[in-house]
Design a binder for this molecule. Sequence first.
Ligand code: DAT
Length: 190
Amino acid sequence: MDSDSDYEADIPHFPRDLPNILITGTPGTGKTTTSEMAAEATSLTHINVGDLVKAKSLHEGLDTEYDSYILDEDKLIDELEETMRPGGKIVDFHTCEIFPERWFDLVIVLRTDNGVLYPRLESRGYNAKKINENMECEIMQVVLEEARESYEEQIVIELNSNSIDQMEENVSRIKAWMENWIANNNNNKK
Ligand code: DAT
């Protein structure tokens, strides 16, 4: 057993009244927009991890080559541990393997076609290196593989996020899933 597993085993899985959802995917696939809409539709609380990392300096400085922060994973996990415990959070981040498995009841991986993703990344003003890196990440389905390796297969769901219609459909699915989760959770308590 490696040290990570020991750590997981030492911490009890606290029951929660509301689920925690992770929305992940390559940058530009629509995590933040989808999370904001889902939070509004469900009354869960959106946590934009990228913003939190910047606001609370949960990093080790800027990687100038990629123009992105070098994450301090331990600081981030410590910062979020208590927040996650009661449930009711939608966590939005471009990587998923760093979080403890016990935090999440549903992991959504957003996917976007190459021809749609490229102009989204371009319009963000990313440099060529960063665009290429993100395109490759999406083509190689890096985040999906990471999610499948890090969480139980049945809680990982891949959703297409190419159009506004798909985004609205995704939000409806998240809402329906949450209502179902709450109903099951309450039944189990009876
Ligand atoms: P992320 O948080 O994954 O980096 P975002 O939510 O910031 O992505 O979205 C990036 C841009 O693309 C933003 O201008 C909104 C747009 N967008 C995202 N998902 C979309 C979708 N399914 N349909 C249309 N536009 C979308």
